[in-house]
Design a protein around this ligand. Structure first.
Ligand SMILES: *[C@@H]1O[C@H](CO)[C@@H](O)[C@H](O)[C@H]1NC(C)=O
Length: 215
């Protein structure tokens, strides 16, 4: 009996961890991007008005210009540029990296992610909740999974050649929190005393990091 209960609780926890977005209740719910309502997701347009182009996008056809700060640019599908993905629990991301560019450590509160390296050589990795790091070097055609909610990164190991990756994410609205920016450039700021103690640095260090990150 006790074992049965433990098994049930384990299963419930496991199932809740792999849960993606809520199941759709219809074939499709093409996003009405002009709707004034706030619901869990985006309201649908009249199904009779749906056309093929609602399910297509060229949003990922163009290279994103890597930022000077990190040397990367992430372009996402969303309910605005691909309204047909509303309620489907999916996002596709195009990740362009310049030489030695990184997508800094970040997490997606609502999605797991599977990434495929299409060009260049990537070092990718995530840290689990026990503090263990899993990393892998990816060549074109090779893939890696980042479990939901865990902090992960991608980096281009080549200092000259750009790299390209594409990721699928298990939510139409994965959300992203870049750890360094969340902690040092939030508005309003996290009090210096907290960051000093959290990172075991002094006030000047905190100011310098804030300034370097554009906060
Ligand atoms: C990503 O690239 C696009 C297209 O070049 C650009 O408009 C956008 O500002 C870039 N984003 C960042 C964060 O640099």
């Amino acid at each position: 009996m006790k074992n049965g209960l433990q098994l049930f609780i384990c299963l419930a926890i496991l199932l809740s961890m792999v849960e993606a977005d809520p199941e759709p209740l219809q074939d499709y719910c093409v996003a009405d991007t002009k709707s004034p309502f706030f619901i869990n997701g985006v309201p649908c347009i009249d199904p009779k008005l749906v056309v093929s182009s609602h399910f297509a996008t060229s949003a990922l056809a163009v290279r994103g210009k890597p930022s000077t700060l990190f040397g990367s640019n992430v372009t996402l599908t969303n309910t605005a540029n691909l309204p047909g993905l509303n309620t489907m629990g999916l996002t596709l991301a195009r990740i362009d990296l310049s030489g030695n560019g990184i997508v800094p450590p970040h997490s997606h509160p609502r999605a797991s992610e599977v990434t495929i390296c299409l060009d260049g050589t990537l070092l990718v990795g995530f840290v689990d909740t026990s503090g263990r790091l899993f990393t892998q070097q990816l060549r074109p055609g090779e893939s890696f999974v980042f479990p939901k909610g865990l902090i992960h990164f991608l980096s281009n190991v080549d200092s000259m050649k750009p790299a390209l990756a594409v990721s699928g994410l298990s939510s139409q609205n994965p959300g992203a929190q870049i750890s360094s920016l969340a902690e040092f450039t939030s508005k309003p700021s996290i009090p210096d005393e907290i960051l000093k103690k959290a990172f075991q640095v002094n006030g000047q260090d905190v100011s310098r990091i804030r300034k370097n990150l554009g906060g």
